[in-house]
Design a protein around this ligand. Structure first.
Ligand code: PLP
Length: 287
């Protein structure tokens, strides 16, 4: 099938799925989500993404109405059913349905579970990316993957209007992350990336690139860095479930990076190798 959607036990195409008006996600963004990409029908870092999904839900006191193993099996089954081997997988849990009222007690019944899988492809690593910067005016719970994404929608719109791929956010001088990815710099052979606090989403892809740098003997510094440091870095790149390691060569119209092409290529090659190993390991589950 072309795509597939699940909502509280109902299954259909994404376009045909109907959601009740009183879903708390539409009134309050009262929910959490996670997303991942597949290669050859295999969702990359599936377990890590699902673990973060349950962790995000716990942080806002939503109990996802399906156990980890059952959800994992359902996701793998959906990835098998969708024709395209390259897909985006989306899971979402909300506090459920109920007449509009802020307190939890207005949600009648149980939390809602949403899943969909549709064709999509990873961002290529063999091209350069352009970004803009904007002040990070989001709330102070950026570590939780909530549905409250209005700032990210606006940041992404501004980037698109300028013919760019992403918006890099900063609070004053301090670079935090991007609208929908984490940003990192290479300087003097070391990887520098913002620490995991409440100002950034602890990206799964970020964690994997860090672990691989450790394995490859590339020193990693998890400390805040400034906009100036970024503009003067040897290389700048962003990561997300769709962007395993995407090199940024222009920020706010100025050229950046380009001074350590070998190191960034090593990191990109390692990222692709890890993805291929995962595809090989999980392939039997999706065939
Ligand atoms: N930061 C933000 C704000 C994001 O929305 C995302 C992904 O959606 C990321 C970082 C990257 O996270 P991951 O690598 O887990 O996809």
């Amino acid at each position: 099938m072309e795509n597939i959607a699940y909502y509280n036990g109902k299954i259909s195409s994404i376009e045909e799925m109907m959601i009740p008006m009183n879903e708390r996600s539409s009134y309050f963004g009262d929910g959490v989500y996670d997303a991942m990409f597949t290669v050859e029908h295999v969702p990359l870092q599936l377990d890590d993404h699902l673990r973060r999904f349950y962790r995000s839900a716990r942080k806002i006191e939503i109990e996802i109405p399906m156990g980890f193993d059952e959800l994992r099996a359902m996701v793998l089954d959906f990835c098998k059913k969708v024709d395209s081997p390259d897909q985006m997988v989306y899971v979402q849990a909300t506090r459920g349905v109920g007449m509009r009222g802020h307190a939890y007690r207005f949600a009648d019944g149980k939390p809602s579970l949403w899943i969909w899988v549709k064709p999509d492809v990873l961002d290529p690593m063999d091209r350069d990316y352009k970004c803009i910067t904007m002040e990070d005016t989001r709330f102070l719970h950026c570590d939780i993957k909530t549905l409250n994404l209005l700032p990210s929608v606006i940041y992404t719109q501004r980037a698109e209007e300028k013919g760019c791929d992403e918006t890099i956010l900063h609070r004053g001088d301090r670079v935090t992350e991007c609208a929908h990815s984490n940003v990192h710099i290479l300087k003097n052979g070391k990887l520098k990336t913002a620490p995991c606090d409440n100002l950034i989403l602890p990206g799964i892809t970020r964690a994997h690139r860090i672990a691989q740098c450790h394995e490859m003997g590339i020193p990693v510094i998890e400390e805040p860095f400034t906009v100036e440091e970024m503009m003067n870095a040897d290389e700048v790149f962003f990561t997300s479930c769709s962007a395993l390691c995407c090199r940024i060569t222009e920020i706010d119209g100025k050229p950046v990076g380009g001074r350590d092409p070998q190191l960034i290529k090593r990191i990109q090659d390692a990222a692709w190798k890890e993805a291929m190993e995962e595809v090989k390991a999980l392939s039997p589950s999706v065939r």
